[in-house]
Design a protein around this ligand. Structure first.
Ligand SMILES: O=C(O)CCC(=O)C(=O)O
Ligand SMILES: [Fe+2]
Length: 318
């Protein structure tokens, strides 16, 4: 990969952020304002075992993705937040083609109650998935509390994410199809901004790209084993009065990796459903309504997606 094709992202220490180290806090604010993306290192923090649990969950999921389609489809639900999604249900990264990924979603509200979206074979490993979900949730809330300290908003950002509020927060495990295979079902993950507050991603393979507004170009997010990638979503951008950047990103096929599946995992922290904010369309909507609008646009044809700012938050690239 050419160096000029790679995004320069800051590496932040979660241990330092959690202890409110001022230098680290300043780096956080700069990263959230300028790029909307940064690497996060959990080493030396009280949740450093989170990475181990994430990797364990991912490895269990890798085996599950190899199971026959009929078996996976048993977990398909008529829901965008729960259960199994087969490839090709959303618009993909290539114009007029669908997406090239499947995923399984474990909504936090639901999982903490019954764990019902977890495949039966993993019921014995429920602790792994619960740890991954809860550690990821705690990490993103701590980052939010740092941002509240920095920005001093009238309402602290964590207050939109209280335990007694239902939300669309969810953990997702992804598998992208091999690129040498028949692509008729779809390719990659179309450009978008994340709809929620913060995303805590882990992936050891190339493919993720972030849009650099300054140069009007796409840059790869280099996979750095051991480090998570965090990005700001629309809800946080809107709640910060557009101060923080909800960066546009996508997943593309990578030359030289045609014979590999690509696996990634992400926890999406989202505000309580009733939280209200003003969007890039200058409408005041609830977090739940914004979630639903985004998914309608994710599913829509490319020509429809270009008609408003919902997919991209109004940030270039069409
Ligand atoms: O698979 C990835 O690396 C990113 C996925 C993503 O951007 C998303 O699901 O919002
Ligand atoms: Fe995303």
């Amino acid at each position: 990969m050419d160096k000029t094709d790679i995004a320069h992202l800051e590496v932040l220490s979660f241990a330092k952020l959690a202890s409110k180290d001022q230098t680290e806090l300043n780096k956080l604010l700069e990263a959230c304002r300028k790029q909307g993306f940064f690497y996060l290192d959990l080493a030396g923090s009280n949740v450093s075992h989170g990475l181990h649990q994430r990797l364990k969950a991912l490895s269990l999921m890798k085996d599950w993705f190899d199971r026959p389609d009929e078996e996976k489809m048993k977990l398909h639900k008529d829901s965008v937040t729960n259960g199994y999604k087969p490839p090709g249900t959303l618009s993909g990264v290539v114009k007029h083609m669908k997406d090239g990924f499947e995923n399984i979603k474990l909504p936090r509200d639901n999982f903490l109650g019954t764990g019902d979206s977890l495949p039966e074979v993993f019921k014995n490993d429920k602790e792994v998935f619960r740890d991954d979900l809860e550690i990821s949730h705690g990490v993103t809330l701590t980052i939010l509390s740092c941002l509240s300290d920095l920005l001093q908003p009238p309402v602290r950002l964590e207050d939109y994410h209280q335990e007694n509020m239902s939300s669309q927060s969810t953990m997702m495990y992804f598998r992208y199809a091999k690129q040498c295979a028949d692509k008729s079902s779809g390719v990659g993950h179309n450009m978008h901004t994340d709809l929620g507050t913060l995303t805590l991603l882990y992936c050891e393979q190339w493919g993720l790209q972030v849009y650099a507004q300054a140069t009007d170009s796409w840059k790869y997010v280099q996979p750095r084993p051991g480090l998570y990638v965090v990005n700001v979503g629309d809800a946080l951008r809107f709640l910060s009065g557009n101060d923080l950047l909800s960066a546009l990103h996508r997943v593309v096929p990578v030359p030289g990796h045609e014979s590999e599946y690509r696996y990634s995992t992400a926890y999406f922290l989202r505000p309580g459903n009733e939280t209200e904010f003003r969007t890039s369309e200058n409408t005041v909507v609830s977090a739940l309504n914004w979630h639903d609008q985004k998914y309608n646009v994710f599913k829509a044809a490319h020509v429809e997606q270009e008609k408003n700012t919902i997919l991209t938050g109004g940030i270039g690239a069409f």
